[in-house]
Design a protein around this ligand. Structure first.
Ligand code: SAM
Length: 208
């Protein structure tokens, strides 16, 4: 499936405005503004934010078998697939270390969603040691040619350029704000009182 078709399907299925674009080098770039809703339905620490799985699914309608790596309590009703986690209490399909994946028949999957702990502090929440991202990427070299890995993280994992190419880089989310003049009518009540300290003038000032 061409990336142009993936992007069109994303816009069609999610109803979000087009936010991904194909650059001159053929690589997809863009941003997903996840909004203010960071709630995680499962309440699992570090779980996918609301809407994330729906967005990824809309980009890959052609995929037949998905593997959720570092699966935690991923919502399989939103994105069906097999799961891998090091914690057996989470009852994943495969209890395995993402750095080896010795028990996982990787060649059977055409899509991997990976959501590792971002930091040592995060890893402590799961009572695991921090993963070596490059070692996980090395284990993923057992995937068949054409398989995609969607890796959610704060940094780019190191990877071998003769094993993977970057198809898309999606930012989530750096903001550059510019302060604009605030119309008086839009000031919140607290700042109205600060700027208009004489009570009799407040309403008059704001309704003018
Ligand atoms: C950020 S959470 C994933 C949350 C998941 N996306 C969700 O929506 O629930 C990271 C998960 O990685 C698992 N994990 C940590 N180290 C691991 C390792 N070496 N191999 C496999 N899983 C690991 C933790 O047990 C934890 O469930």
């Amino acid at each position: 499936m061409l990336w142009e078709d993936r992007i069109n399907n994303y816009a069609k299925e999610t109803g979000f405005p087009k936010s991904l674009f194909i650059g001159p080098d053929g690589r997809v770039v863009g941003t997903w503004i996840m909004g203010n809703d960071y709630r995680v339905k499962s309440t699992y620490f570090g779980g996918y934010p609301a809407g994330y799985l729906r967005r990824v699914r809309a980009l890959f309608p052609d995929k037949k078998r998905t593997l959720h790596l570092f699966s935690g309590k991923v919502d399989l009703s939103l994105f069906p697939g097999d799961t891998v986690d090091i914690n057996p209490a989470l009852r994943p399909t495969f209890v395995d270390d993402a750095q080896t994946l010795a028990r996982v028949p990787l060649h059977k999957y055409d899509l991997v969603l990976a959501d590792p702990p971002y930091s040592v502090e995060d890893a402590e929440h799961y009572q695991t040691t921090m993963v070596k991202r490059n070692v996980v990427m090395r284990a993923l070299q057992q995937l068949s040619v054409g398989a995609h890995v969607v890796w959610l993280d704060q940094v780019l994992p190191m990877y071998r350029k003769d094993a993977f190419s970057i198809d898309a880089a999606i930012g989530m989310w750096i903001t550059v704000f510019r302060r604009v003049e605030t119309a008086k009518a839009k000031l919140p009540a607290s700042s109205r009182q600060m700027t208009l300290p004489i009570s009799g003038e407040i309403d008059a000032g704001l309704t003018a």
